[in-house]
Ligand binder design. Structure first.
Ligand code: PGA
Length: 258
């Protein structure tokens, strides 16, 4: 059985003190091993925050990196640099990177390969815009993003991935995707992965939902067997609320629906 995971994406929020306080509170409140919990602070706080999560149950993630390990890439952070800290995972292809910073599917694929080559766990984000959803092309769009992300990967690499389905219209808007609908798309993602690899690899990949997750709506989503957790933005900035979301995943771990 896959272990559910809840990951907080702090985006470009907090300052050094509030980031340290939030981290300490999450470490203090997260007691069980039933589900995995991760946090992704802003890059400039990697050193400070990873020194707090080191040796705890909390997984540490970075929000971004480039795919080359060194060179003339002003302002970028390399996978190799992340390895100087205890960084466990890396967000790749978040819609804000794709939309605001024009990152392409090709970039996403290169970043996944760079991360895997250094044993960083890629959390690969996919999801459709409102326009694409309204045109009835959401499944087609997400399927194509998944296929391009997996291009050239061995089955043994694919099975290590975490994929996050984040419909863009649900991110930061308060409009959460209907649970059944999220389950349908996430099941389609698993089928797509199975077609590209095999049954065993597709069963190992953890596939999360993201977009306006709150403690009040999350159990309804994460109760599905196919939905392995959540990528949480706004609600991950308050320790108590974030831990309630983690509790919903813990409850769901034992009561999963087909
Ligand atoms: P949100 O963001 O929870 O604030 O909607 C989710 C995300 O962008 O990962």
């Amino acid at each position: 059985m896959r272990k559910k995971i809840v990951i907080g994406n702090w985006k470009m929020n907090l300052n050094l003190n509030s980031a340290k306080e939030l981290t300490s509170r999450i470490i203090e409140l997260h007691k069980t091993n039933t589900v995995d919990v991760g946090i992704c602070p802003p890059s400039i706080y990697i050193q400070a925050i990873s020194s707090l999560t080191k040796g705890t149950k909390i997984l540490f993630g970075a929000q971004n990196m480039f795919y080359e390990n060194e060179g003339a890439f002003t302002g970028e952070i390399s996978p190799q640099m992340l390895k100087d800290f205890p960084v466990d995972m890396i967000l790749i292809g978040h819609s804000e990177r794709r939309e605001v910073f024009k990152e392409t599917d090709e970039y996403v694929n290169k970043k996944i390969k760079a991360a895997l080559s250094l044993d960083l766990l890629p959390v690969v984000c996919v999801g459709e815009s409102l326009k694409i959803r309204e045109e009835g092309k959401a499944e087609e769009w997400v399927k194509s993003q998944v296929i391009k992300a997996l291009d050239g990967l061995e089955n043994s690499q694919v099975e290590k991935l975490i994929v996050a389905y984040e419909p863009i219209w649900a991110i930061g808007t308060g409009k959460v995707c209907e649970a059944e609908d999220a389950n349908k798309i996430i099941s389609m993602i698993r089928e797509t992965i199975k077609a590209k690899t095999n049954d065993s690899a597709s069963k190992k990949v953890r596939i999360l939902y993201g977009g306006s997750i709150k403690s009040s709506n999350f159990f309804d989503i994460v109760k599905y067997e196919n939905i392995d957790g959540g990528l949480v933005g706004g609600a991950s900035l308050k320790a108590d609320e974030f831990l309630k979301i983690v509790e919903a995943a813990e409850k769901a771990q034992s009561v999963t629906l087909k």
